[in-house]
Design a protein around this ligand. Structure first.
Ligand SMILES: CC(C)(COP(=O)(O)OP(=O)(O)OC[C@H]1O[C@@H](n2cnc3c(N)ncnc32)[C@H](O)[C@@H]1OP(=O)(O)O)[C@@H](O)C(=O)NCCC(=O)NCCS
Length: 183
């Protein structure tokens, strides 16, 4: 189970089986899936959400994990943030380089929750001993690029090194300050 984390605006906690309806609602949307993975596809049935939650709950690592993100004021689930081994092109297993990712429900977009949750997860990753954390985003995924920049991540340009696809690469280094959420 991942460590509980928080900021003034978001709470990060482990996934629970009862979160399956939210997970299905999130990943069955093309707006959410369109930039995810090599061949994006929407989730088609709630059983897939239950299976996914089971797999995410099984990850037990001091630094890495998959967090459910709630708005702190209402307790409503708004999305997820994750730290995981990034997949190197040409291999099927994750590398020991770590990436951060974020998937939020469209109802919660435009409020800064993703940036806030990502900042909390980055701080956790660095406190747990990571020295650098990567993010890769589709060239057209401008909302994600903006999050990376707000977090103070360095834009390292276009790369084919991950997931057998072309992505924009961003790098966060331990000790580098991020900009305030409202910037
Ligand atoms: C990527 C994604 C998380 C971005 O969501 P988002 O809501 O734009 O990001 P944030 O939560 O950080 O919100 C930032 C926006 O909220 C606005 N905002 C409003 N109130 C705010 C507040 N109190 N604090 C901070 N920002 C606030 C900001 O101005 C900013 O808008 P801008 O980007 O148009 O300038 C979302 O589009 C998503 O989940 N997409 C699908 C999954 C995906 O593609 N993931 C990334 C794969 S690489």
């Amino acid at each position: 189970m991942v460590k509980k984390l928080s900021s003034d605006r978001v709470n990060l906690r482990g996934w629970a089986p009862s979160d399956a309806p939210f997970v299905f609602d999130l990943y069955s949307r093309w707006d959410v899936q369109r930039y995810l993975g090599h061949e994006p596809r929407v989730m088609e049935n709630p059983t897939q959400a239950e299976g996914l939650i089971e797999r995410l709950r099984a990850v037990d690592d001091p630094a890495l994990g998959y967090w459910a993100v709630e708005a702190a004021d209402t307790g409503t689930l708004v999305g997820t943030v994750m730290l995981q081994g990034i997949g190197l092109s040409g291999t099927s297993s994750p590398s020991d380089q770590v990436e951060i990712g974020w998937h939020f429900h469209p109802d919660a977009w435009g409020r800064g929750y993703a940036t806030d949750a990502a900042r909390v997860a980055l701080e956790h990753g660095f406190a747990a001993g990571l020295d650098s954390i990567l993010a890769v985003a589709h060239a057209d995924n401008f909302p994600s690029h903006r999050i990376c920049r707000r977090l103070g991540m360095e834009d390292a340009g276009t790369t084919n090194a991950y997931y057998d696809a072309e992505y924009e690469l961003f790098v966060a280094k331990k000790g580098r300050r991020s900009k305030p959420t409202t910037a």
